[in-house]
Design a binder for this molecule. Structure first.
Ligand code: W6P
Length: 422
């Protein structure tokens, strides 16, 4: 029906990637006018990205795309798509005021939407509808802090409310799809996930990271703009322009050791040694960095404790080395936890790799007295790799079976990598 054709229309157009640097340049000292440009970009871009996901969900294998959990996820994407395309465009008056205040700076060429968004150049065949923006949008980010009509900030506030609602709606997506995969395995009576589904999930979760990053930035920038007191700090939205690597990694170490000791009820927790240039800083999202390192450390801790037993007096120390290159900052996590058999290496990256049971996905299960495994639930590593890749990095594992595992987390410091959008 009409909705289906709208989705098909938007899904035909390419998604526009944004680099970390663009996000930062855009979000530095945003005025209400800048925020409006951001809202316009998202108002154009998000429906395209959401439409791509709906089409992909539809094209999953027959027995997967009809599963209740998958249909539930699709419904979320459709609802959000609808909300966005039904959200009113900024009025003529608002757009004129912001256009008036826009400086066409040299930095304009860095802008995400600076190439006109192709989805809006070509009208659909039966274009009676008011929701198709007909002009070429440009998303200048340098907007003079002149007096703008109050409608601008009202529009921004209302758009952010819509974004917040969408973000919340999609919170359960990873769990819902994970449940779908469990049901799929049961139905297919297999423990292996086929390559096609694996790639779909990689693309899907990567896209989700990107969408949530863009939404999160817009929400944070708006909130930050309202409380003008914190002018000179390192944060642009959720990005920290001077992420202190040593500090974040040490925090991940402390948290992982605490969780590990608690989980296994250890008298002494394996030591983790950190070698990191003291002053090393780069532009990154600290929460992503913490998430990835924390995940690697939990895996190493688990391997070491399970190899030596939970009553060992001494565990081999886990070593974290941070290297500063021109292109990359690389974080190596080395454990002597016995390694991974070569035949199991591929499994580590699949969304069904799990050594533990997955009772938390069983709706009948009483969550209150279930202890989630420390690591190896199956999503931590593949998702961490996607977080790394999202900003142009990567995550690799090298194992020596019978000895231990080295994890290499590469983070690009060029910050010019556009979001990977399959
Ligand atoms: C292991 C398995 C693993 C996965 C990821 C990171 C470290 C380790 N160590 O034994």
């Amino acid at each position: 029906r009409e909705l289906a054709s709208k989705i098909a229309h938007f899904a035909r157009f390419p998604q526009t990637g944004v680099s970390l640097r663009q996000m930062v340049e855009f979000g530095q000292n945003p005025s209400q006018g800048t925020l409006l440009r951001g809202a316009q970009f998202l108002h154009d871009e998000l429906p395209i990205r959401l439409a791509h996901r709906v089409v992909e969900l539809d094209s999953l294998p027959e027995n997967l795309n009809q599963m209740p959990s998958v249909l539930r996820v699709k419904r979320m994407y459709i609802d959000s798509f609808n909300e966005l395309i039904n959200f009113p465009k900024a009025s003529e008056r608002i757009r004129e005021a912001v256009k008036e205040a826009t400086v066409q700076g040299t930095r304009d060429r860095h802008l995400p939407g600076n190439q006109p968004n192709p989805a809006f150049q070509e009208s659909p065949r039966n274009s009676s509808s008011h929701w198709i923006p007909s002009i070429q949008h440009r998303y200048h980010y340098e907007v003079k802090p002149t007096e703008l009509p109050v409608e601008v900030s009202e529009y921004n506030r209302s758009f952010v409310q819509t974004l917040e609602k969408i973000k919340r709606r999609h919170d359960p997506v990873v769990t819902a799809l994970a449940q779908g995969v469990v049901e799929y395995k049961q139905r297919m009576k297999t423990r292996k996930i086929d390559n096609h589904v694996q790639h779909f999930l990689d693309r899907f979760y990567l896209s989700r990271i990107g969408i949530r990053m863009l939404i999160g930035q817009q929400i944070e920038l708006n909130q930050h703009q309202q409380q003008k007191h914190r002018q000179q700090n390192d944060y642009v939205g959720v990005i920290c322009t001077h992420t202190r690597v040593k500090e974040v990694v040490q925090e991940a170490i402390d948290n992982a050791r605490f969780i590990c000791g608690d989980y296994y009820m250890l008298m002494n927790v394996p030591e983790i040694e950190l070698h990191c240039p003291r002053e090393l800083e780069f532009m990154y999202v600290p929460s992503h960095l913490h998430h990835m390192v924390f995940e690697l450390l939990k895996n190493s801790l688990r391997a070491v404790v399970e190899l030596c037993g939970d009553e060992a007096e001494h565990y081999p120390t886990i070593k974290v080395v941070v290297a500063e290159g021109n292109e990359d900052i690389t974080i190596k996590v080395s454990d002597e936890g016995g390694g991974i058999p070569r035949s199991a290496m591929e499994q580590v990256w699949t969304y069904m790799y799990t050594t533990a049971q997955t009772p938390m996905l069983d709706p009948e299960f009483d969550k209150s007295d279930f202890k989630a495994p420390l690591a190896g639930f199956g999503y931590g590593l593949p998702l961490s790799r996607l977080y790394a890749r999202y900003f142009g990095g990567d995550l690799k594992l090298i194992s020596m079976e019978g000895y231990g595992t080295d994890a290499y987390l590469h983070l690009s410091r060029l910050s010019d990598n556009e979001e990977p959008l399959a």
